[in-house]
Design a protein around this ligand. Structure first.
Ligand code: SAH
Length: 262
């Protein structure tokens, strides 16, 4: 009996300690706190920058383009409902930002259609404790979605102008768990390998060998491969020394230019 009372008592103490925040300074708690903070970040955006009309368009995008077409992952839907996509485009593109299309951006590159962003992110299956490598920062929109879901994102872009603009946008949104690099991402980022997840947002002729090497055990890589005109989005997973490959969907991306690209 006394033993039972003791067991119940120590259980209550543990719950009280958790409630009071005792012993919460763990890496896991820090990650949760960071995620909670990043979910609140739109508060940092001035109301004039993210108006009610922008929010309405964004929620319509999530409902009509994502949920209606079968995207169910709540983390992906929530992140896409939060990140103000129009802030990653020029003022002239504000109305178009939530349309069902890829759009042209700086340096003759493109921001992917919302559905493609959702499908790629969903296939990557990102967890809060993951270190993610992204190749092709572009506007930083996909980077922002990944930064909301992962512990840390390493992103590489070949154009310095795009990388700097993306960095400024994410910083303004309060997303600080990202490292930026300018260079050829087809070689990966060996100094920070291995990565739990790797996403390539430019089309390659095949899977770059350095990226496969930098994938952690039970890691996942999503990448569009094919010819320059059209590609197949592939989901590659690595487990027990074996590589598994799955086709996700047909797509069309700008080319990955580099030593392991075009
Ligand atoms: N995900 C981006 C869109 C990416 S478009 C967004 O959300 O806006 C593809 C990007 O890949 C372009 O910005 C292009 O400059 C970049 N890119 C192409 N080859 C690259 C390489 N070898 N290394 C890094 N970036 C590359």
């Amino acid at each position: 009996m006394i033993l039972m009372i003791r067991a119940v008592y120590s259980g209550l103490c543990a719950s009280a300690a958790a409630l009071l925040g005792v012993g919460l300074a763990t890496p896991h708690f820090n990650r949760l706190a960071r995620r909670a903070a990043s979910f609140l970040f739109p508060r940092e955006v001035a109301p004039s920058q993210d108006t009610l009309a922008d929010r309405r368009r964004r929620h319509d995008m999530v409902r009509e383009q994502l949920i209606a077409r079968g995207v169910t992952n709540p983390h992906v839907l929530r992140a896409m409902a939060r990140v103000p996509r129009h802030l990653f485009l020029s003022d002239a593109q504000r109305l178009e930002a939530y349309s069902d299309n890829a759009l042209s951006t700086g340096e003759r590159q493109t921001i992917s259609q919302p559905l493609i962003v959702a499908v790629m992110t969903d296939s990557l299956d990102v967890h809060i404790n993951h270190r993610v490598l992204e190749i092709g920062t572009g506007t930083g929109y996909q980077t922002a979605i990944l930064a909301m879901l992962a512990d840390h994102v390493y992103t590489i872009e070949r154009f310095a102008s795009l990388s700097n603009e993306a960095h400024a946008r994410l910083a303004a949104l309060g997303l600080h768990n990202v490292d930026y690099r300018v260079g050829d991402g087809s070689q990966g980022w060996p100094e920070h390998a291995c990565f739990d997840r790797i996403m390539v947002t430019a089309a390659a002729p095949g899977v770059p060998e350095p990226l496969l090497k930098q994938l952690a055990e039970r890691g996942v890589l999503v990448i569009p491969t094919g010819d320059r005109a059209s590609q197949m989005l592939k989901r590659i997973s690595y487990e027990g020394g074996r590589v598994y490959e799955k086709d996700v969907l047909a797509c069309r991306f700008v080319p990955l230019i580099g030593s392991h690209g075009w």
